[in-house]
Design a protein around this ligand. Sequence first.
Ligand code: 5GP
Ligand code: MG
Ligand code: MG
Length: 180
Amino acid sequence: MAVKDTIGKVLFTEKDIQKRAKELGKVITKDYAGEELILLGTLKGAIMWMSEVMKYIELDTKIDFVSASSYGSSTSSSGVVKITKDIGMDIYNKNVLIIEDIVDTGYTLRYLKEYLSDRNPKSVRICTMLDKPSRRKEKLTPDYIGFEVEDLFIVGYGLDYDQKYRNLPYISYLEATDIK
Ligand code: 5GP
Ligand code: MG
Ligand code: MG
């Protein structure tokens, strides 16, 4: 029996996401007024969300990327996290805003925050496109949240299943359908 993946309903359209990114960009601009900011995107999932939010941040801003992978099955993470692409900038005494696709168990961001803190930045906060608080294993609350989602396996707008569907211009979820 083969399993074909099916995409569910549209949860958030491109317009919804852009509107929310603009709102948060304005809040971030206010919160860091007069400060410099490093936007640290997590590869690969956060690229679309980062490109939306950064347009609305009116500050002295630099961008960089980091890649952290947590080992586990393809749809859920374990607590073991490894940095596979390191940050390329000196963050000592800088404000770092991590731009994330989705916070699920919280293992990845808890690890990343600790990892960055060792370099003594001025501050580290999190701006996530999606938050799935029902699945949280770590005590971690993102500072800026695009949308809250239920316990679904989300795809689109940067989020993948087996590296596919990142290019969908909306946020949806995966439904597994058995085909005989
Ligand atoms: P964590 O469980 O450590 O909070 O989440 C780790 C990573 O797993 C997220 O940054 C994201 O890349 C991936 N992830 C968690 N939930 C989902 C989901 O619903 N859909 C997809 N595509 N990835 C997810
Ligand atoms: Mg991620
Ligand atoms: Mg993934």
